[in-house]
Design a protein around this ligand. Sequence first.
Ligand SMILES: [Ca+2]
Ligand SMILES: [Ca+2]
Length: 288
Amino acid sequence: MKDRCNILKSVTDERGYVLAMVMVFFLVFSILGMAFIKVGRFERVHAFNHYQKSQAYYHAAGGIHKGLWRLNKVHVDSATFSESTVSVVYDSSNLTLTAAGRAGTLTDTIKVYLASGTGGSSSETLRPTGAGSWSSNNDRGCSRNWQCVDDNTSDEDATFVWGRRNSWLTDTYATGDATGTGTIEKVIIYIRVRTNFTGVRTRTVVYTGGGRYYGSEINMNGINSYTDFSTSYTTNPATDSPWTLSEVNAMQAGVRIRGYARCTQVWAVVHYQGGGNSDYTITRWEEP
Ligand SMILES: [Ca+2]
Ligand SMILES: [Ca+2]
């Protein structure tokens, strides 16, 4: 009788164990939110999402060949690659990744659409490094105009360029070269200026593609302490097309002053989208 009780208990325990395992299985998978986007026949590219993780695999006869994306964040610098059975191409203009796989005569492709995340942008500051094509303003505290405005941290009234009454005087400066990666989203020209007078105007200048382009006139009335002003160019004003790296490297940033204003700093900031270490979120999958 004691043995029989033990056997019954054992069977009950086993049922309980199986039931518990099934419950754990569903619990785990519902927490993970696992959704297989594409799982078909064995040899093909497929992709799936689950909790904080997105992956695309190419299944070949010999097994899984490559896991491409993880943590639902795509690092674009490692996303474009190829090996014998799978190739992945990143298209920065359309923000897509296309994975194509092959095993023997079987091929399959999957396309992944991306949205840039907060980590998808970066910027770089370029400061004057030498004389540019114009150097019309007066200087104070330096021997060459560009040296008055190349401060990493503003030295305020220690070095500055300044203008002449009732005349627009222009300076443009050679600027450092850009080293960033990714699409150039915009270039912003900054000037840091102040005045003790009225009726004074300033504006930013960028010299690119053989032309000088000015920001809006800044009425300096009341701007007695140094203040930053900027002009943003989402496209190169000479071409009306997105900036290229060579255009950024060849451009000159500058300042144009009418009257007795002081400019202590001139610089440019290049903003990039989709640089080498940018993170993207996968938004949808598709088989082209
Ligand atoms: Ca340059
Ligand atoms: Ca300065």
